[in-house]
Design a binder for this molecule. Structure first.
Ligand SMILES: [Zn+2]
Ligand SMILES: [Zn+2]
Length: 172
């Protein structure tokens, strides 16, 4: 694949309303599309728990796209820099096979889904790789390690190269 964009170093393209995202060796920010909500998280363990692609049917709906690219952060390591009171939440359990509840936290202003919290995984929040301001991290530290629910992947996309592919839930 050829590209004229150098993603081998920190890279902060114009992406939404905020321009104050940052990263360093240990931490980085994730910001919603309008800029009202910003999170800070660690880019390695123990705070960074995992990174994965999900093709499940819920992820089609909640991304308005075909899959979600996620990473999990221990709540003890997640900081709301701003906008926590500007988050709306929506919970449901109808589509969760285990019967657990997933709660989605959206920016009230622009609708960006910032993270999900599941009763199956207390103490962790599932953030979205696409909200991370340093796009270099999408390629490196936050690159997914697993792709799950591959049986639901739309036929015109191929799986991510070089990572484990699993049907249904990956057991993290
Ligand atoms: Zn927003
Ligand atoms: Zn999913």
């Amino acid at each position: 694949m050829t590209s004229t964009i150098d993603k081998s170093k920190p890279y902060f393209p114009l992406a939404g309303g905020a321009n104050d995202g940052w990263s360093n060796e240990e931490e980085a920010t994730a910001t919603c599309f309008c800029g009202a909500v910003q999170l800070k998280f660690p880019t390695q363990g123990p705070g960074l728990l995992n990174s994965f692609i999900c093709n499940c049917t819920d992820c089609h709906k909640i991304t308005a796209s075909m899959f979600a690219s996620n990473f999990s952060i221990a709540d003890s390591h997640l900081t709301h820099v701003r906008g926590q009171s500007n988050l709306s939440k929506f919970s449901q359990s109808k589509t969760i096979a285990s019967g657990h509840t997933m709660t989605n936290y959206f920016c009230q202003t622009c609708g960006t889904l910032m993270y999900r919290v599941g009763t199956r995984w207390p103490g962790a929040s599932v953030l979205r790789i696409g909200t991370v301001d340093d796009f270099h991290l999408h390629e490196t530290k936050l690159k997914p390690k697993v792709e799950q629910f591959v049986e639901e992947r739309v036929g015109w996309l191929r799986g991510a190269e070089g990572i484990e592919q699993v049907e249904g839930h990956y057991n993290f």
